[in-house]
Write a protein that binds this ligand. Structure first.
Ligand code: NOJ
Length: 508
C-alpha cells in the first residue's frame, strides 16, 4: 500500500530546508506510455486578453462582472512568458502539458477568418513544448466560447454552435494536428452546464428564479439544451477528425494518429446517511452528474432515470445523432478534487416540477460556499471509487486524470505540505486502481502555476509554481511541491533527502 512518510528537518538557522519524502510508488511503477504532466487554461494563464486581435470570451465577461483589478486581462502573462514557463516545465521534468486554446484568440469572430497572431502564438507555444519533448494535450473549450457567439445566438443554447464549434475544431486539427496528438473538446462539460445554465454562478451566467438570479436564461430547460448541443458538437468534431485527419482516407490526408476525448468533473458521491432514500438519491446524483454525458458517449442515450425525471425538457437524440455520439471518444478526461455527501431532498421535486439535479445542487452549493474546509482532504479512495464505477458501468474506457490538485490560500507560502500530501496520496491511489484493472493513461496536476481562478480570482492557488501577482514581472517561484513532483518524475523520489531550497527566500 501507498504509505505517506514525511520527515522534515528544517535547518532554519542556516536558512536551508531539507526534506525526506518516502513512499513506495515510484514513477517506474506506472505502465509504459503513462504520462505525467500539469495543466492550465487559456484565460486563466495567458493574459494579453485585449492584445493582438483577441476578442472577449464568456469567461472575460463573467470575470469582469465579478472581479475588479482587471480580472484575467494579464493573469500570468503566459502569452509573453511562455518560453520561460516551458523552461520551468522542462526543469520540473513534465512529460506533458495540458492547456486550452482560446477560441476567440484564434478566430475572433467565432467563425470565419483566422487571426494570424493567434495562430502564430499557438504554433510557437506548441513548437516550444514539442522541441523540449513535452507532449501538448489541448482542450478546445474551457468555459470560454467567444462572447460574440453568445451575443449572436446564445452560445450553447443554440444548435448553431454545433457548426461553429466543428469549424473551429477543424482549424485546430488542420493547423496543429501534426504536433498535437491529444485533443479534448470540452472541459468539465457537466460543471459548465450546471453552474453556467442552472445556478448562473459560472460563465455564461444564465439561470432563472428560484434557482439563481440572472438577467437571462431558464434553469429548468437550458442546462439540458446546452448539454445536448455540447454532445452533438463534440461528436461532430470527433467524426470530422476521424474522417479527415485520423485515417489515411484514400491517402488524401496525412495521418495524424491522434486521440479525441471529452472531459467531465466528478466528485465521489457518498450517501449522507445510511437511509434508503439517501442511497437512492446518491445513485440519482451520479446519473445526473456523470451519466448525463457518459451514457450518451458510451451507449448513445441519456440515462433512463434522467429521461423519466426531466421529461420533455431533455432533448431526444435522433437515431442518427445517437449513432454519432455513441463511442465518439478515444479517452475520457476526468477532473477530480474531492468527495461529496448526497442527501435526499424530496421537496425539490416540486419546484417547477424539476428533477433530481436539485439534490446534487444543494450539496454543490454548500461546497462552493464552504470556507471552513478550504484545503481539500487527501482522500484518494474517493477518486479510486469513481474510477472503479466508470470501469464497471462504462466499459472501462481509457482515462486521463486531467485535473487533480490542492487549493491553498493566496498568502505567500512556498512550503506547501498540504499539496505534497494530497498529490502523493492521489498518485499512489491512481497506481492502486491501475493494479485493480482501471485504464488510467495519464495524470495531470492542476495546476502548473498559480492562475486566475474561476470562483475566487487570485485569492486561491493551485500551482506547483507560485506566481507573485503583486510583482510587475509576475515572478514565478517553485513551491516545495514543484520540487517534490520533479523528484518523483525524475525518479529520485526514493531517496528524496536533498531538496535544498534557496536560503535567500522567505518561507512563511
Ligand atoms: C476546474 C477547472 O477546469 C479549472 O479551470 C479550475 O481552475 C479548477 N477546476 C480549480 O478550481
Amino acid at each position: 500500500m501507498w504509505g505517506i512518510c514525511f520527515s522534515l528537518f528544517a535547518l532554519m538557522s542556516l536558512g536551508l530546508l531539507g526534506v525526506i519524502v518516502c513512499g513506495n510508488v515510484s514513477r517506474d511503477d506506472f505502465p509504459t506510455g503513462f504520462v505525467f504532466g500539469a495543466g492550465g487554461s487559456a484565460y486563466q494563464t495567458e493574459g494579453a486578453a485585449n492584445l493582438d486581435g483577441r476578442t472577449p470570451s464568456i469567461f472575460d465577461t463573467f470575470a469582469h462582472a465579478k472581479y475588479t483589478e482587471g480580472a484575467g486581462n494579464v493573469a500570468c502573462d503566459g502569452y509573453h512568458k511562455y518560453k520561460e514557463d516551458i523552461q520551468l516545465m522542462v526543469e520540473t521534468g513534465l512529460e506533458a502539458y495540458r492547456f486550452s486554446i482560446s477560441w476567440s484568440r484564434l478566430i475572433p469572430n467565432g467563425r470565419g477568418p483566422i487571426n494570424p497572431k493567434g495562430l502564430q502564438y499557438y504554433n510557437n507555444f506548441i513548437n516550444e513544448l514539442v522541441s523540449h519533448g513535452i507532449q501538448p494535450h489541448v482542450t478546445l473549450h474551457h468555459f470560454d466560447h467567444p462572447q460574440v457567439l453568445e451575443d449572436q445566438y446564445g452560445g450553447w443554447v443554440s444548435r448553431k454552435i454545433v457548426k461553429d464549434f466543428t469549424r473551429y475544431a477543424d482549424v485546430c486539427f488542420r493547423e496543429f494536428g501534426d504536433r498535437v496528438k491529444h485533443w479534448t473538446t470540452i472541459n468539465e462539460a457537466n460543471m459548465f452546464v450546471i453552474a453556467g445554465y442552472d445556478w448562473g454562478q459560472l460563465p455564461p451566467q444564465r439561470c432563472s428564479q428560484p434557482f439563481g438570479d440572472c438577467s437571462k436564461g431558464n434553469s429548468s430547460t437550458e442546462p439540458y439544451i446546452a448539454a445536448h448541443h455540447i454532445l452533438l458538437a463534440h461528436a461532430s468534431a470527433y467524426r470530422l477528425y476521424e474522417k479527415n485527419y485520423k485515417r489515411d482516407f484514400w491517402a488524401m490526408q496525412d495521418k495524424q494518429h491522434g486521440f479525441i476525448g471529452f472531459n467531465i468533473l466528478s466528485f465521489s458521491f457518498v450517501p449522507q446517511t445510511q437511509s434508503n432514500e439517501d442511497e437512492i438519491a446518491t445513485k440519482r446524483a451520479i446519473d445526473f452528474f456523470i451519466g448525463w454525458f457518459l451514457n450518451p458517449l458510451v451507449f448513445g442515450d441519456y440515462p433512463d432515470l434522467m429521461k423519466k425525471n426531466a421529461g420533455s425538457r431533455i432533448p431526444a437524440f435522433t437515431v442518427q445523432e445517437s449513432k454519432s455520439v455513441r463511442s465518439s471518444f478515444d479517452f475520457l478526461g476526468l477532473n477530480y478534487y474531492r468527495g461529496m455527501h448526497v442527501n435526499n431532498v424530496p421537496n425539490t421535486l416540486t419546484w417547477e416540477n424539476r428533477d433530481a439535479v436539485a439534490d446534487v445542487r444543494i450539496q454543490l452549493e454548500n461546497v462552493l460556499n464552504d470556507t471552513s474546509t478550504y484545503e481539500y482532504p487527501s482522500a484518494p479512495w474517493g477518486l479510486a471509487g469513481v474510477l472503479q464505477d466508470i470501469k464497471q458501468h462504462y466499459n472501462n474506457p481509457p482515462i486521463y486524470i486531467h485535473e487533480n490538485g490542492q487549493r491553498t490560500r493566496r498568502n505567500l507560502t512556498l512550503v506547501d505540505w498540504a499539496r505534497i500530501e494530497y498529490l502523493q496520496a492521489y498518485i499512489g491511489g491512481v497506481m492502486d486502481t491501475i493494479r485493480d484493472g482501471t485504464n488510467v493513461k495519464g495524470y495531470f496536476v492542476w495546476s502548473f502555476m498559480d492562475s486566475f481562478e474561476l470562483m475566487d480570482g487570485y485569492e486561491s492557488r493551485f500551482g506547483l509554481y507560485y506566481v507573485d501577482f503583486d510583482d510587475s514581472e509576475l515572478k514565478r517561484l517553485p513551491k516545495l511541491s514543484a520540487h517534490w513532483y520533479s523528484h518523483f518524475l525524475k525518479r529520485n523520489n526514493i531517496t528524496l533527502d536533498s531538496i535544498v531550497l534557496s536560503p535567500s527566500r522567505d518561507y512563511i
